[in-house]
Ligand binder design. Structure first.
Ligand code: AMP
Ligand code: ZN
Length: 463
């Protein structure tokens, strides 16, 4: 397994800390609003990370945190006159619904920041004792000058004696000491924790140092997030965690590039800001978005356009139609091309082992679909060949997860059978009515030359 490591700026061969196991921390959402499709791209990538390691036989422990206290959460929940708990519960629920729709498998643990305050307090106390942190009027701060490796991840340089330095890559970002703990202030209302280090609430960065340490230990195999988190969030996590434990924090830093919309950053003022719910409202299948994400490598920007999404919806539909047709294809005794199929499958694995290259892996999946399509065109397929292709497509789909899996309910099947009978009797009008009925229930009946049919999920943009 080769992984591009942001820390070393090189591709490296993956070596786990513990044989056969991967300990992985992925920065999760701040649950103050619906996640947008950019966030979702990153969450789909976290899922791919986990699936690829599992596919290679590793046991993966994946921690994705929920940030359930911050300025926006405090402000919004107070404005709505509901508790912080109630407010964040609501958006956590939406988060889980959205990731499920794009088939992100559950992480091992989703710890909440507010349930790990005790660990944050422990770490902050140690940082004060070791001289890395100091108390100021409004909170407890981390002194970045004290950590000699500060800047090793992002390449930012800190000049001794100056608190605010502008660095080349991060022109607009000031490099400065950051808050570990924020003392209570009137605008926080009843949102505070009474602790040994004072009454207040944690800074954002300490949350991830605390939860990663508690659930995964001092050193992690992998830490992931979007590229915007490299600085300052991940730089600060390193400073906190390594000062606390005296050990290396993370072996492989893996960052996912951003999703852009029509070539620009997504923002509400540009009216190019979308949630998954927006796309669903337009009639898209969430899996089309998943497919779009998989077709881009995590280290490349993904330019989202509606036109592209429509194209992916059509591809998604074609792939699923081919798979259904393959399953019902009649078998002959002819010899198959097992060697070619196996070669495609090996190339698929290799692509994923090459820094999670899902674009190249997907190309192999499509190649195998092409093989299936040519047999479908012939009208027959060798028995063992059919089994081999289906088996390999299914195994690839354990990572890609774009094949329809919901079993079609009996009432839909009954309707389709009834329609077939009506067509046999040339009752076209009645047959069409049933087709519309089935369509309203979310499925399409595709008639085949041999008089049979298949039932596929109805997709608005697949026609
Ligand atoms: P947040 O809730 O803002 O902390 O973001 C959750 C995750 O989404 C983080 O890993 C971010 O890096 C990532 N993220 C934010 N914006 C985008 C974007 N436009 N494209 C891809 N990932 C993003
Ligand atoms: Zn984080």
């Amino acid at each position: 397994m080769r992984i591009y490591n942001t820390l070393t700026r090189k591709e490296e061969t993956f070596k786990p800390i513990e044989k056969g196991k991967v300990r992985m921390y992925c920065c999760g959402p701040t649950v103050y609003d619906y996640v947008h499709i950019g966030n979702l791209r990153t969450f789909i990538f976290y899922d791919t990370l986990k699936r690829v390691f599992e596919h290679l036989g590793y046991e993966v422990k994946q921690v994705i945190n929920l940030t359930d206290v911050d300025d926006k959460i405090i402000k919004n929940s107070r404005e709505r006159r509901i508790s912080r708990e109630e407010y964040t519960e609501e958006y956590s629920k939406f988060f889980f619904e959205d990731i499920k729709k794009v088939r992100v498998e559950p992480a091992t643990i989703y710890p909440k920041a507010t349930e790990n305050i005790d660990k944050m307090v422990d770490i902050i106390e140690v940082l004060i004792q070791k001289g890395f942190a100091y108390k100021a009027e409004d909170g407890i701060y981390y002194s970045i000058e004290k950590f000699k490796d500060y800047g090793k991840l992002s390449g930012i340089k800190v000049d001794k004696g100056l608190s605010r330095i502008k660095a080349d890559e991060y022109d607009k970002i000031s490099v400065s000491d950051f808050a570990l703990w924020k003392f209570w202030d009137e605008k926080d209302g009843d949102i505070f924790w009474e602790t040994r280090i004072g009454k207040g609430r944690p800074g954002w960065h300490i949350e991830c140092s605390a939860m990663s340490n508690r659930f995964l230990g001092d050193t992690l195999d992998i830490h992931s997030g979007g590229v915007d988190l490299i600085f300052p969030h991940h730089e600060n996590e390193i400073a906190q965690s390594e000062a606390y434990t005296g050990k290396k924090f993370v072996n492989y830093w893996v960052h996912a590039e951003h999703l852009l919309v029509d070539g620009r950053k997504m923002s509400k003022s540009l009216h190019n800001f979308y949630t998954l719910r927006d796309l669903e409202g337009m009639g898209f299948d969430p899996l089309s978005f998943r497919l779009m994400c998989l077709d881009a490598n995590h280290r490349d920007k993904l330019d989202f356009t509606m036109e592209n999404l429509k194209r992916y919806e059509k591809t998604l539909n074609d792939v699923n139609t081919s798979f259904k047709l393959l399953e019902r294809l009649s078998e002959s005794n002819g010899a198959g091309i097992d060697k070619e199929i196996d070669a495609i499958y090996s190339a698929f694995d290799e692509a994923l082992m090459n820094d999670f290259n899902t674009h190249a892996a997907l190309a192999q999946f499509f190649k195998l679909i092409e093989v299936a399509n040519s047999r479908i065109k012939d009208g027959k397929i060798g028995k063992s060949e059919k089994k081999n292709i289906i088996d390999k497509l299914r195994r690839m789909d354990e990572i890609l997860d774009i094949i329809d899996k919901d079993s079609i309910s009996q009432d839909i099947i009954d309707l389709a059978e009834k329609r077939k009978e009506l067509r046999r009797k040339s009752k076209w009008g009645d047959a069409d009515e049933i087709r519309r009925d089935v369509s309203n229930k979310g499925y399409s009946i595709v008639d085949l030359e041999d008089g049979g049919y298949i039932i596929v999920k109805r997709r608005k943009y697949a026609m």
